[in-house]
Write a protein that binds this ligand. Sequence first.
Ligand SMILES: [Zn+2]
Length: 444
Amino acid sequence: MKQTWTKHDTPAPTSQKVAYINTRLFDPESGLDSPGVLLTEGSVIADFGPNLFSDGVPEGIETVDCGGHILCPGLLDIQVHFREPGQEKKETLATGSRSAAAGGVTTVVCQPNTKPVLDSVPMLEYLKNRARETSLVNIRVYAAISKGMEGKELSEMGMLKDTGIVVGFTDDGLPVMDSLLMRHALSYSSMLNVPIAQHAEDLRLSNGGCINEGAVSTRLGVPGIPNASEAVIVARDLLLLELTGGHYHVLHVSTRQAVDAIRAGKKRGLNVTCEAAPHHFTLTDEAVMEYRTFAKMNPPLRNEEDRQAIVEGLKDGTIDAIATDHAPHDQESKRLPLTKAAFGIVGLETMLPLSLKLHHDGHMSLRDVLAAMTYKAADIIHEPAGRLKKGARADLTLLDPDHQWTVDKDQLASKSKNTPFDGDAMRGRALCTVVAGQTVYTLS
Ligand SMILES: [Zn+2]
């Protein structure tokens, strides 16, 4: 199989019309699932439906035969680390965006824990320009909640949002430990209409742990991170949310206790959303025995009861979105003892098949799985994306949910190869990725 990436330096001209024919049109929000045709004009979706061009595509319109495969809204991954600026040897906006495109992802949200931190207007303007020059997909950003991510003083949130690339705020990589600072951040969230995204971890409780606290950490004789480390921060933040209003979002939820707290918060009518990463509903801490540091991430892989709670949370809608926490690290950062190695794995190119496994295993409908990576993810960050809609930006993913392939880390587009799934059989893959009406990736 050959992968091809294309970077377009100018927007698609409005005169450019492309008809995607012989598709299975799939829109998770409306429930549309039907053979049909979709027409793009320039960078937007002009029309689509089962009966469009039923007498044939008019002359002068370019056609793309989709081979009967699913054409759905482009996927979003609302949590990635592209390491630019500061750690370009691990990943850049260019290489990260190639990885996204290969995974069928058309919009990503980069985290602010770069060097320097994304906490100022000049840094965000710089990133916006770099994205325009080098990225194949739409780049959005969570700016830092606190200056320098030091957890002391709020960043100039209003001014940062006005740069137009900021869709929310987080200190991800680190939690906001200070309750008063979190209260103030949540208050701004309602004024600015953006989510405050928390890396929920009580650093005192984590106490230097490197994997989940449980049977495996005991067996390996390494310090563990208890479930309570995540859950106490989520519980505290929900109480603060009740006080302030605003929108609170929990990043990469990993424990049963946190899922339970969020479910109860939603029942109380709080504006809380959350996301889960594919590794947390696919693997448990047993994987650390086999994959060693390639299964070390933060939050850590938990036990089977937690893994099932994540699946349940996705099934009943407590967990809104699937996001990868794509965290590239080079060999030197990973080939270290378990206690010293960096946290994190790359995830963009395995997100779709690992998520589709929930469908293949009978846990969720195809519609619900794709919803968690399209409109439901888009709604968290107020991005006008994730839907097949006339006039919407033509971000599209052509995918085959049954395509069989094997992960080969050397074939990953990401600059870093730190995946625990190397050599694993996958089912489901993106065949073509379209951003603003232009093809950026094809698998042929
Ligand atoms: Zn995090």
